[in-house]
Design a protein around this ligand. Structure first.
Ligand code: HEC
Length: 199
């Protein structure tokens, strides 16, 4: 004879144990809460790769645009510089001199008698020196790197940068508005002055 009561009890017991083991399984699979490991917040990379100006005398990598140092005015000297380090020079009448270098990609555009747009990948380095010093010691390098137009739509894709005189530190780089303040005036010439070109 079938014992209905026993069957009901068995079903109830089965259902209960299923429920309990399910609950245990769910709780056990929860990740452990450990205050020692802070949550991972995705951060935007802010690395600024160093710009290499250590081998400007290597003729396979760089072309020297002006054979003799070109003297620049104290005003340009102060402003064509690191915007975070702007300060009056110790001697405002001491003109600085520059030598400009261009990489092989930008060489033709730099040397062409008529102004032509620089190809993507062109790099121009302006090395600033103190003309009174007998040794060829760089005070600072200002750099322009040509990217896709979308990198800097306001200035033809050019990136601007400042590298320390010892070549070891890229002090600032990007679409620097203070640099563009002057270089935008050269819109017709792809934002490049080329005043130092040998006549
Ligand atoms: C006060 C205006 C002025 C500002 C601001 C300025 N420049 Fe210039 N820059 C010039 C002039 C003028 C030349 C032409 C050479 C010269 O007289 O030094 C030049 C030349 C250059 C050159 C050589 C290519 C060219 O245009 O002929 C580079 C590279 C350069 N500047 C980078 C920079 C960077 C990087 C900044 C910002 C940190 C900057 N400049 C800010 C005026 C300026």
């Amino acid at each position: 004879m079938i014992n209905h009561k026993k069957i009901r009890q068995a079903i109830l017991f089965f259902a209960l144990s299923l429920f309990v083991s399910l609950a245990v399984w769910i709780f056990a699979s929860e990740p452990p809460i450990s205050p020692a490991t802070p949550p991972k917040i995705p951060t935007k990379s802010v690395t600024q790769p160093q710009i290499d100006v250590t081998n400007l005398s290597d003729r396979t990598k760089w072309y020297q645009v002006n054979p003799n140092p070109y003297s620049i005015s104290p005003q340009v000297n102060q402003l064509c510089a690191d915007p975070t380090q702007l300060r009056p020079e110790n001697d405002p009448h001491a003109n600085k001199a520059i030598t400009v270098f261009v990489n092989p990609i930008g060489r033709d555009a730099m040397m062409s008698p008529k102004s032509t747009p620089f190809p993507i990948g062109s790099i121009i380095v302006k090395k600033k020196v103190d003309p009174r010093s007998l040794e060829d010691v760089a005070l600072l390098y200002t750099v322009m790197i040509k990217h896709q137009p979308s990198f800097n739509p306001k200035a033809g894709g050019w990136e601007f940068a400042v590298v320390s005189g010892d070549t070891q530190k890229t002090q600032v780089r990007g679409t620097l508005t203070n640099c563009m303040g002057c270089h935008l005036s050269q819109r017709q010439n792809d934002y490049v002055f080329r005043t130092y070109l040998p006549k």
